[in-house]
Design a protein around this ligand. Structure first.
Ligand SMILES: Cc1cc2nc3c(=O)[nH]c(=O)nc-3n(C[C@H](O)[C@H](O)[C@H](O)COP(=O)(O)OP(=O)(O)OC[C@H]3O[C@@H](n4cnc5c(N)ncnc54)[C@H](O)[C@@H]3O)c2cc1C
Length: 457
């Protein structure tokens, strides 16, 4: 690409950016996407592609009664506090239409997940690709971009915004051919968050600093860096999604079903150190703070259930799951004291059987007591993505602390303030990331296109 002028410049080709560009094009304005990596998709490709929507057509067809109010109540029940309740409400209100747009206009192969309810949702409302693989959703979005002839330039990084008299006029772009200006009437930041930027994580999410990052490498925080320079406002900056059990050394995610069904996490002394039912995100900081080698433990019945998940099967096929016919043999395989582990397992099993109170307050034990063949692996805590960012209005315009928009600048997805609460990892409900990505990307493009068309009348 070389110096150019378009209506809507989209920076970043994940779910947010792709949704924004498709929407802008369909609203009748010119648009182009720049992506700094050589492959589009970002974190969206790594996700399960699950998007929550309230009162979607698919829910109604399945006889599920849902409403934006119910979605807001569920999200706030988990998040407790947020810097921006209006954003939670706005995304809940548009969620049903967003999923229907994905199916009808984008051609995304989404179905309503009814087999199980995800953490935080009181009814079945997650819509996902049949495969539960985010790359399939990204591929469908890319297909829609291609069919419309929207330019998508990979290997083109925005290195700064073009700003004139306080208004954003596009971006300075760097590619292997050098630097050039991409001038635009409106610019949509779809660059995700800052989880791959250690300095920003230490500053805004210190409780998870030190955990390995397991998202896409592009999330280096440009929205924060540029937003700070422009005097933008931020919200929910300490919120993030963590994962308590990344299998080590394999690097794949140990299915949390293993814990929900009654499994436990122990350290290298054979002891548990917390209530695993806090969830995969919320428990991550406990594993990090505990600071010792950690193992997941479950039994063969739970293993059999988890093998329904492809990633778990692959981990097992790679030899990632160790097994022992009883507590002593299993402990020896982990290099943990058999005496200590046997005692700890007996204490946990007593609590699970209702014979004693769990000393960490766990009250949901799934299939436990754990019996027979024991299974497990070493795990590490991980950071998936940040959930705070630029404060935006109901149409994804980036705001200053006085509530006024920065002219021509929009943000969505991980670049914008999220809906997972004010701080920490407990506020993340399944699908929050993609809902903000796709809904805000779409809202930004609709508003940007309408502003351009309004100014031309
Ligand atoms: C393992 C994992 C599982 C997850 N599962 C789910 C799930 O099931 N449901 C859910 O809702 N959320 C999930 N999430 C979170 C979700 O993936 C993200 O919140 C969401 O994908 C963010 O979308 P986005 O478009 O904002 O960012 P991304 O999809 O990351 O896209 C941002 C793009 O911008 C590019 N970019 C960055 N900076 C620049 C620049 N300066 N110039 C040009 N391009 C740039 C990046 O390279 C990237 O391609 C998961 C995350 C991980 C890591």
């Amino acid at each position: 690409m070389s110096d150019a002028q378009i209506d809507v410049l989209v920076v970043g080709a994940g779910a947010c950016g792709l949704a924004a560009a498709i929407t802008a094009h369909d609203r009748g304005v010119s648009t182009a996407i720049i992506e700094k990596r050589h492959v589009p998709g970002g974190n969206s490709s790594l996700s399960t592609g699950s998007v929550p929507a309230a009162n979607s057509r698919l829910q109604r067809e399945a006889g599920i009664v849902d409403s934006p109010d119910a979605l807001v109540a569920d999200l706030m029940n988990i998040a407790k506090e947020t810097d921006d309740l209006a954003l939670v409400r706005r995304l809940a209100e548009v969620s049903g239409g967003v999923v229907e747009w994905l199916i009808d206009d984008v051609g995304a192969r989404m179905q309503l997940i009814t087999a199980y309810k995800h953490i935080g949702h009181s009814v079945s409302r997650l819509h996902a690709p049949v495969s539960r693989v985010g790359q399939d959703l990204v591929d469908d979005l890319l297909g829609a971009v291609e069919r419309r002839g929207i330019p998508l330039a990979v290997g083109n990084a925005a290195i700064d915004l073009l700003v004139e008299n306080g208004a954003v006029k596009g971006a300075i772009v760097e590619s292997s051919d050098g630097r050039f200006e991409m001038r635009a009437e409106k610019t949509i930041l779809a660059v995700n968050g800052f989880a791959a930027n250690n300095a920003l994580i230490k500053r805004y999410c210190p409780e998870i600093a030190g955990a390995d990052y397991f998202g896409a490498p592009g999330s280096t925080g440009e929205a924060v860096i540029w937003g700070e320079k422009l005097g933008a406002d931020f919200a929910n900056m300490a919120a993030y999604q963590g994962y308590a059990a990344v299998a080590y050394p394999h690097g794949s995610l140990l299915s949390w079903t293993t814990m929900e069904k009654g499994g436990i996490l122990i350290d290298d002394s054979g002891s548990r150190f917390g209530d695993e039912s806090l969830g995969y995100s919320g428990f991550a900081k406990h594993v990090l703070n505990h600071g010792r080698t950690t193992y997941a433990v479950f039994d063969q019945r739970i293993f059999d259930i988890a093998t329904q998940e492809q990633e778990f099967r692959e981990l097992d096929e790679l030899g990632g799951i160790k097994k022992g016919k009883d507590a002593r043999e299993f402990a020896a395989k982990l290099d943990v004291s058999p005496d200590a582990f046997e005692g700890e397992l007996a204490r946990y099993n007593q609590a699970a059987a209702g014979e004693a109170k769990d000393r960490f307050g766990r009250s949901n034990f799934g299939l436990a007591p754990l019996t027979g063949m024991l299974c497990g692996c070493q795990v590490k805590p991980g950071l998936f993505h940040t959930q705070g960012g630029l404060r935006v209005d109901a149409d994804a315009r980036v705001l200053r602390p006085d509530g006024k928009p920065i002219p021509n600048l929009f943000a969505g997805g991980g670049a914008a303030a999220g809906i997972s609460g004010r701080a920490g990892a407990l506020g993340y409900a399944s699908g929050n990331g993609l809902l903000s990505a796709i809904a805000l990307g779409r809202l930004a493009a609709l508003a940007g296109a309408d502003e351009i068309k309004g100014a031309r009348k």
